[in-house]
Design a protein around this ligand. Structure first.
Ligand code: SF4
Ligand code: SF4
Length: 167
């Protein structure tokens, strides 16, 4: 289940040049499907772009690597190098919302919220019901991916072994 927290977003446009892609400075989790697609499309090995967080004992332990304080795939003019390859991570496709929290249970609940200080709110066209439904569908895919990782962990696999198993 996916819940959007906070005030309704009526209009939004990503004006990344204005904010200098500020949300690409927020650490970003990767699903196994993200890792697989990025590896296939860029020809890079997962260890080139995935950091593993050892402190997460039940969530997704895979995070996009960074150069300095920003994502490794943030290119010139604040453009995402994965955008044109069609393999932007799921959480990056969910802009203008970001992961807030997961409530664990038999069916994990994903709470998402507005991106702090995004200048794009109130810009561009009105967000449709279809747009918001698509965000929720993407969130549900994230929950499904999370459950896959939880299952592997229950089998005793560590994060590196999980990646090996899936790729
Ligand atoms: S979603 Fe908002 S904060 Fe992120 S790059 Fe676009 S305009 Fe900037
Ligand atoms: S993958 Fe692209 S959109 Fe996502 S954080 Fe990195 S540069 Fe930004």
């Amino acid at each position: 289940m996916v819940v959007i927290l906070g005030k309704t977003v009526k209009k939004w446009k990503c004006i990344y040049k204005v904010c200098e892609a500020s949300c690409c400075k927020i650490p970003r989790k990767l699903t196994l499907s993200d890792i697989k697609k990025i590896a296939e499309k860029t020809g890079r090995a997962p260890e080139d772009f995935v950091s593993i967080t050892k402190d997460e004992d039940r969530g997704i332990p895979f995070v996009l690597k960074r150069k300095g304080d920003e994502c490794i795939f943030l290119g010139k003019d604040y453009q995402c190098e994965l955008h044109n390859k069609g393999v932007k991570p799921l959480l990056c496709q969910m802009y203008p919302f970001m992961l807030h929290k997961i409530i664990y249970g038999d069916e994990p609940v994903m709470l998402i919220k507005r991106i702090p200080e995004c200048p794009g709110y109130g810009e561009g066209s009105t967000l449709t019901e279809e747009f918001l439904d698509e965000i929720k569908r993407q969130g549900q895919t994230y929950v499904t991916e999370l459950r896959k990782i939880i299952k592997y962990r229950q089998q005793g696999l560590d994060p590196e072994e999980i990646i090996q198993k899936e790729l």
